[in-house]
Design a protein around this ligand. Structure first.
Ligand SMILES: C[S@@+](CC[C@H](N)C(=O)[O-])C[C@H]1O[C@@H](n2cnc3c(N)ncnc32)[C@H](O)[C@@H]1O
Length: 232
């Protein structure tokens, strides 16, 4: 299956991500909640895209760095954070260009599921985190794979595709599903302790017109799963 290349739709994705339900009123507020008080903390965002999360963390007093494999997304990030921001083109599938024990926290929103092999990326995250540092990540919820692929086997590690619309632009995403236990096994094998698994609600201030309609619990729906891990 062709890889999802954000260079192809960077501007549409970034504009939509600011205001849509899934990113603007669900994923990003949940990450900020999980991160808590970040004042003075040195934070790396993996797959930072156009850096709306990094900007929000910086506004809360964090010292932020970011990397992404898409140069178009990083151009947008530079426009947002300024030319002197610490932003690097790098691929999570390769060794990361940071020294041992550099960061207090790493945030990795919706990026790890683009990779089949998590061993290298998680080992690299552990290497560049200070001892006791946090890795906070969000992923497509494993339940979503079986909802979209009724014939698929939940217990397989399987690549699958789905379409989404961003500012009038249809994008085909291709990501890897893995069952919950494969996720938690990978985290612990890389030297992380699982501090929390979260299935958050949408933000309380989500505009009515963006709230999921016709469902029993409009503030609570399954799309992403969040982990807060601690490097031991
Ligand atoms: C869902 S977007 C999230 C963007 C941003 N973190 C946010 O919250 O708005 C995923 C980002 O991960 C990047 N990405 C995907 N695979 C990557 C990889 N192997 N290495 C680095 N970045 C990657 C994409 O280019 C994209 O910018």
């Amino acid at each position: 299956m062709p890889k999802t290349d954000y260079d192809d739709f960077a501007a549409a994705y970034s504009a939509d991500n600011e205001v849509n339900l899934l990113n603007g009123h669900y994923e990003r507020p949940a990450m900020l909640d999980l991160a808590g008080d970040v004042a003075g903390r040195r934070i790396l965002e993996a797959g930072c895209g156009s850096a709306p999360l990094a900007a929000a963390l910086r506004d809360r007093g964090a010292i932020v760095s970011g990397f992404d494999r898409s140069t178009a997304m990083l151009d947008l990030a530079r426009r947002r954070l300024g030319e002197d921001a610490d932003l690097t083109v790098a691929d999570l599938a390769e060794p990361l260009p940071y020294a041992v024990a550099t960061f207090d926290d790493i945030v990795a929103p919706l990026v790890l599921h683009y990779l089949k092999d998590w061993t290298g990326p998680l080992t690299e995250f552990h290497r560049v985190l200070k001892p006791g540092g946090r890795l906070i990540l969000s992923l497509n919820h494993p339940f979503v794979y079986t909802a979209l692929n009724p014939d698929g086997n939940y217990f397989d590690v399987a690549e699958f595709s789905f379409d989404a619309e961003h500012a009038g632009h249809t994008v085909t995403y291709t990501i890897w599903h893995r069952p919950l236990q494969a996720m938690t096994d990978a985290f612990t094998a890389a030297g992380f302790r699982i501090a929390a698994i979260s299935e958050p609600q949408i933000a309380a201030d989500t505009p009515v017109e963006l709230r999921p309609q016709g469902v029993e619990h409009p503030a609570r729906f399954i799309s992403f799963i969040f982990f807060t891990l601690e490097a031991i």
